[in-house]
Design a protein around this ligand. Structure first.
Ligand code: 5AD
Ligand code: SF4
Length: 444
């Protein structure tokens, strides 16, 4: 019987992408996927370290995995337990010290070694836990198998790592310095994804708009160039990119929102805070006025464009006045979706040792106020969609028979009851109802 793998993924879309690439490698090794951990011969946790309690959550998951592995052992079944992702980069050897039954732990830049490590682990039952947290000079993407579309929407990593060093953020330490894939590599991967059924590609990077990959003549090209190249590919219906950094929104990238018709009218552009004092303490290379100017240019390039953002409340030194400036930005941009977080002290980052930390209670109050406002804009936008016709890409089955869930151009979830075979298709739908988090619709 084929061996099975189970992967649990935490965190950002980059981790989701990495997990799918790990799955490709495991499939090449002859494993098949299972959703049931107890059936899995290899259990892998792909971890995130961006906010608190990540390591604690991991160790409790590992404890549970050990219990399941012990039960399997009673039935004569071996289980390999592995960890990947940013917690490995941060905790390093500690993972094996605290959970000695872990067979291997690999950082985000080293997971291409999993097949080799797995073979070693399986053949030598007395092995010690293998830890690999190198920042290699090589390009991990060169070592990954060619990937295929898993559905109609695919992520495509074009850039990894970050040189921005926002003072709250672990990413520059866990994912390393910025590194862009070549234009050819990205275009080839896009072509393969399209040939195997992808209609929508989302170009992915921690700082995707600082993309600077080489073309075939060794010339550095930016994200605007790459978007144009990919938009030319036959068969692609939708294009997106995420996540962008405001200071890297060049004018030619903004112009793509006017010139590329398949570029969806929705952009995730995190502002984090509306206060210039806090933005400076965060080491962000933009003021709130710079940010608003960029949004104005984007809205001018495509009047249908809508925005989303990330926010942090309660960054060290944030006063009520600073927080009020964040609300002002929300009221100006009118985001249709957003992610908002209480500032979380990350060991090893400059903000963790700043003296003027904000009390937990104040953080919570500010988060409540901010989320109420954000949800209000989100709900209003969703309600304004009722009665409109929208092209929806259906990519998921719903809970009930005949129900499908798809995405509108604005990344809203939309449910329909369908009699036809509309999976993995873009269908015009009339929106019939809206809540804060989703829409319902009817085929026309
Ligand atoms: N505390 C709270 N939120 C954080 N983020 C990153 N680091 C922290 C932190 N230490 C948020 C930022 C970022 C998103 C991915 O996570 O808003 O844009
Ligand atoms: Fe972290 Fe800032 Fe880089 Fe985003 S831009 S990954 S928040 S350091």
């Amino acid at each position: 019987m084929a061996k099975k793998y189970y992967i649990k993924t935490f965190g950002c879309q980059m981790n989701v992408y990495d997990s799918s690439r790990i799955a490709d490698m495991l499939k090449n090794e002859g494993y098949i996927e299972t959703q049931k951990q107890a059936d899995a011969d290899i259990v892998l946790f792909n971890t995130c370290h961006i906010r608190e309690k990540a390591a604690e959550k991991l160790f409790s998951d590992l404890g549970r995995a050990k219990l399941i592995a012990d039960e399997r052992a009673e039935n004569g079944l071996d289980t390999v337990i592995g960890v990947a992702g940013c917690v490995v980069q941060a905790e390093d050897e500690q993972i094996i010290k605290r959970a000695p039954y872990v067979d291997f732990a690999v950082g985000p830049l080293m997971y291409y070694r999993i097949p080799e490590i797995l073979r070693k682990v399986v053949s030598d039952k007395k092995h010690k836990g293998i830890v690999d947290t190198d920042f290699p000079a090589i390009n991990k993407f060169d070592f990954l198998p060619e990937n295929k579309a898993q559905g109609a929407c695919s992520y495509l990593a074009v850039q990894e790592g970050c040189n921005n060093f926002c003072t709250y953020c672990v990413v520059p330490y866990t994912r390393g310095a910025e590194c862009s894939r070549t234009v050819k590599e990205v275009v080839e991967e896009a072509k393969r994804l399209i040939a195997t059924g992808t209609l929508e590609i989302n170009l992915l990077g921690q700082n995707v708009n600082s993309y600077h990959g080489e073309d075939e003549n060794g010339k550095e090209r930016n994200l605007a160039y790459l978007l144009h190249k990919i938009a030319e590919l036959d068969g692609l219906k939708r294009l997106r990119y995420t996540t962008s950094y405001p200071a890297d929104m060049s004018d030619d990238l903004i112009a793509c929102h006017k010139d590329i018709d398949i570029l969806m009218p929705y952009l995730h552009l995190p502002v984090q805070s509306g206060s210039d004092k806090i933005l400076k303490a965060m080491n962000r290379r933009h003021t709130s006025a710079d940010y608003l100017k960029i949004v104005e240019k984007l809205y001018a390039a495509n009047p249908k464009l809508k925005m989303s953002s990330d926010f942090i409340v309660g960054f060290p030194g944030e006063t009520d006045e600073d927080f009020a400036k964040t609300l002002e930005v929300v009221n100006k941009v009118k985001y249709i979706q957003a992610f908002s977080f209480k500032y979380s002290r990350r060991p090893g980052t400059p903000a963790a040792v700043m003296e003027n930390q904000v009390e937990e209670k104040v953080k919570k109050e500010r988060l409540d106020v901010l989320q109420t406002l954000l949800f209000d804009y989100q709900t209003k936008f969703n309600e304004a969609c009722v009665g409109q016709t929208m092209p929806v890409l259906f990519e998921q089955k719903g809970r009930h028979k005949g129900q499908l869930i798809g995405r509108t151009p604005y990344m809203q979830n939309l449910h329909i009851e369908t009699k036809g075979d509309n999976m993995n298709k873009i269908i015009d739908v009339v929106v019939t109802a809206a809540t804060t988090n989703s829409l319902s619709g009817k085929e026309i």
